[in-house]
Design a binder for this molecule. Structure first.
Ligand code: CTP
Ligand code: CA
Length: 224
């Protein structure tokens, strides 16, 4: 091949990525979700594939085209995303990258029939969803784990707290209070933290940021 080894920093590696929102059913026609577009996760999948990795992309509902040569496994709920992640990691995984905006809570019960409006107010009991990333990072055979943290204040502190609490190898923080960046945008600006260092990337396109992130992940994984 014409490619220099340094341009394929994930050659032979297996990468599993979660992306997009999850959808938690309330009844047959309604759900709880969020505005995640999935763009950052799909950009990382593309970058990792170009860097030589075999990529499995576990994706919530998004309107994006699958990157070339990436295996997309569609899911809806957080529970399905957890099951798909555990299966993909058990099949073999060197790096696990959690970009998904997982719903933190789901309705305690899914109504079998469409809920009718009766009273003036309504309460919907919610229960906490499993933490997919923390579950994978806590495994005996844990891969190199990368988390994402969208914060609106004290970005560095909240992000590094999450890295330590979830026992991650790396966390990518973005300040979603910056107008025009992050959720649903084509552009982003992030700061990456790992136990011994940090690097700020952007503002730039999500694909350019993803390409740099993949290089940093490969470097730190080689060191680990
Ligand atoms: N994450 C996950 N499963 C969840 C919640 C979060 O895998 N149930 C992952 C996200 O994909 C992301 C990281 O954990 O990589 C941080 O997500 P975030 O929502 O910022 O953190 P939480 O732990 O949910 O804390 P909070 O929302 O309260 O800030
Ligand atoms: Ca959350």
């Amino acid at each position: 091949s014409e490619a220099e080894p340094a341009s394929r920093p994930l050659a032979g590696k297996r990468v599993v990525i979660t992306a997009g929102p999850t959808r938690e059913a309330i009844d047959p026609v309604r759900y709880i979700s969020n505005h995640s577009s999935g763009k950052m996760g799909y950009a990382i999948a593309r970058a990792a594939e170009r860097a030589g990795a075999r990529v499995v992309l576990i994706s919530g509902p998004v309107s994006l085209t699958a990157p070339d040569n990436v295996e997309v496994r569609p899911v809806q709920t957080a529970s399905e995303m957890l099951a798909a992640s555990e299966k993909a990691v058990a099949e073999g995984c060197d790096l696990f990258v959690a970009t998904a905006a997982v719903a933190d809570y789901r309705p305690e019960n899914r109504a079998g029939d469409k809920i009718k409006k009766t009273s003036e107010t309504m309460a919907l009991p919610l229960v906490r969803n499993p933490d997919i990333l923390a579950t994978i990072a806590g495994r005996e055979d844990a891969p190199f784990t990368v988390g994402f943290a969208a914060e609106t204040s004290d970005v560095a502190r909240y992000a590094t707290d999450k890295m330590h609490r979830k026992k991650l190898n790396m966390i990518v923080a973005n300040d979603v209070s910056v107008a025009g960046l992050g959720f649903n945008s084509d552009d982003n600006a992030v700061t990456v933290f790992w136990p011994e260092g940090q690097e700020s990337i952007g503002p730039d396109s999500k694909q350019a940021i993803a390409d740099r992130l993949v290089v940093l992940m490969a470097e730190q994984n080689d060191r680990a």
